[in-house]
Structure formats: structure tokens, C-alpha cells
Design a protein around this ligand. Structure first.
Ligand code: GRG
Length: 300
């Protein structure tokens, strides 16, 4: 691991680059349709931990990827994440009123605008990835990036996982089913952030590719297990979103099935598995190790 000050400076710089790219390249709120543009900016420029962009940059260090490509990729993944949160908060889904300490997008702008906001954030991500001016003379790389992100967001990934989540509230589920749901709903985009970051640079040896996939699998699941624990034990003000919703909605979570203490132990086991995979990746994986520590120990 690097020292905490160094990690804080590194993550602060990346968060700034991401915010500035988003601010420059998202449509202006002064141009019509103003409310839609305002809502796109509201959903992406009002905080958030930026975990996926940080993972993208950290994985880019493995393959010595250029910051210019990583910024576009990190922002594209962040748009998909932001779209998922806007739609997840809608009355037809989780029906939540608070996100990142502020009213959710549909509370602020109305349901119709929030649905459209999710839609256009999603398409904007693919517009950036497929824009040749961001990746001069790299059409094959662009195709791979578009493929990775569309697979991770679609029926085999995030949206499919969300569907499993919605179904899970009506019936008893096993730990294997919860893991499969978490891998898709949360893990797929985390995996894509890592693989897409690495794909912006030199090809990795097969052994390292495999280790990165193993790491992604352990981290994606760990992220959601920690989220399950935080929902159960933290308060709304700290989380910036309504706490205790999983139990209230009878959702299938690791805390629900194994209890808080065992779920915390499970997160630690996954942390160990993630670190084991990182050991194969050598010293260039130092940022990934820092980020894993941050994700496992976060309080919101
Ligand atoms: C396709 C109609 C339609 C809806 C899609 C895909 C989807 C709805 C929802 C995605 C599922 C989802 C919201 C998963 C939760 C993942 C999760 C733990 C999100 C919180 O991520 P953080 O903690 O958030 O990184 P911040 O606010 O820090 O960015």
C-alpha cells in the first residue's frame, strides 16, 4: 500500500479530472432542453465517491494507459453508474427520495425527466466511447470498450442483476442466488471499470489478465456486501441515502441471510481473496490495493 496522504492526493486529482471532463462535455444547462441538461448535471456533478473512475485509473497503471483515454473511459463508466442510480431511485424501483444527501433526481425534476435523464446518460456514455476524436486511430480499442461497457450494463450485467433483485423480494433466496445477483447488479460495472482501464494501455500477459478478473470478482462482491452492512448499521445522514431500506423492503441481502456480524466477516474474506489476486499483479497494483482497502473500510 502507498501512504494515505499520497493516496488522498492521487484520488483527489482523479476526482477533479473527472468532474472537469463531465462539466466540459455534458450539454450546457443554458441550452434547450434546459431541464434535461440540468438534470444530467445534477445526477453526475453532485458528489459521489467516484469509485468506478478511481478503479479505472488504478487498473490503467497496470498497462501504463494514457490519462487522456482513461478520463474518457472513467467518465463513461460513471455516467452508466449515475443512470443506474437515477432509475434505481424511481418510484417503480426503490422509490427513494434521498441520494448523496440531496433530493433524488425524480424528486427534483419529476419522474418523466428522471427517466429521460437515465436514458440520455446511458447513451452519452457510448457516444463518448465511440467518438474517434477521443481515441485517435484506435477503432479496435473503441469497439472493445463499447462491448465491455454494454455487456456490463445490460441483461447479463447490471440491469439483469437489478431484475433479479426485484424478483428476490417475493421469495426466499439462497446465498448462491444473492451472490449471482450481486455479481451482476454491482460487480459487473466494477469489473468493467477495471478491465476497461487496463484495456486503454499495453496488453497484459494472460496470467495478469486472469488475476485482474479474479480481483474484480472478489472486489465486486465485497463492494455490495459492504453496502449491505452499511445499509443495516449506518444512519441516513452519514449515508446520504435512506438507511435501513433493505430490511424494510424485505430485500435479499447478505446481512438478511447471514446476519450483520457474519456479513462483515464475509467482506473480510473477500478482501483477503482480492489481495491474493493482486499479489500476482506486482508493484503496479499498489493503487488497486489502496482502493480495495478504501472500499472495504468506507463508512458511506
Ligand atoms: C434499466 C429501467 C432500468 C433501470 C436500471 C440498473 C439499475 C436500474 C439499477 C442498478 C442497480 C444499482 C443501483 C445497484 C447498486 C449499486 C450500488 C451499491 C450503488 C452505490 O454506489 P456508490 O456507493 O455510489 O459507488 P456513489 O453515490 O458514491 O457514486
Amino acid at each position: 500500500m502507498t501512504n494515505p496522504t499520497d493516496f488522498n492526493l492521487w484520488s483527489h486529482d482523479i476526482c477533479n479530472s473527472v468532474a472537469s471532463f463531465l462539466d466540459q462535455h455534458l450539454p450546457s444547462a443554458q441550452l434547450p432542453p434546459q431541464r434535461l441538461h440540468e438534470a444530467m448535471r445534477y445526477a453526475t456533478l453532485q458528489g459521489g465517491k467516484r469509485v468506478r473512475p478511481l478503479l479505472c485509473f488504478a487498473a490503467g497503471e497496470l498497462s501504463q494507459a494514457p490519462a487522456s483515454s482513461l478520463t474518457v473511459v472513467a467518465c463513461s463508466v460513471e455516467l452508466i453508474h449515475a443512470y443506474s442510480l437515477v432509475h434505481d431511485d424511481l418510484p417503480a424501483m426503490d422509490n427513494d427520495v434521498l441520494r448523496r444527501g440531496k433530493p433524488t433526481c425524480h424528486i427534483q425534476f419529476g419522474e418523466a425527466v428522471a427517466i429521460l435523464t437515465g436514458d440520455v446518460l446511458q447513451t452519452q456514455a457510448f457516444e463518448w466511447l465511440s467518438d474517434p476524436s477521443f481515441f485517435p486511430n484506435q477503432p479496435e480499442r473503441q469497439l472493445e470498450l463499447v462491448h465491455q461497457l454494454s455487456y456490463a450494463s445490460g441483461a447479463q450485467g447490471m440491469a439483469g442483476g437489478q431484475a433479479l433483485d426485484l424478483e428476490s423480494t417475493q421469495q426466499p433466496v439462497s446465498l448462491a442466488q444473492i451472490k449471482s445477483m450481486h455479481f451482476k447488479k454491482t460487480g459487473a460495472l466494477i469489473r468493467a471499470s477495471l478491465l476497461m482501464g487496463a484495456a486503454c494501455g499495453d496488453p497484459l500477459p494472460v496470467e495478469q489478465q486472469r488475476a485482474l478478473c479474479d480481483f474484480a470478482e472478489a472486489l465486486g462482491l465485497a463492494f455490495q456486501v459492504v453496502d449491505d452492512c452499511l445499509d443495516a448499521e449506518m444512519d441516513t445522514a452519514t449515508l446520504g441515502k435512506t438507511a435501513g431500506k433493505d430490511a424494510a423492503a424485505n430485500k435479499a441481502t447478505t446481512v438478511g441471510i447471514m446476519g450483520l456480524s457474519k456479513a462483515k466477516g464475509f467482506a473480510q474474506e473477500l478482501h483477503a481473496a482480492a489481495r491474493q489476486a493482486l499479489a500476482v499483479l506486482g508493484p503496479r497494483a499498489a493503487r488497486l490495493e489502496d482502493l480495495t482497502h478504501f472500499i472495504i473500510n468506507r463508512r458511506s
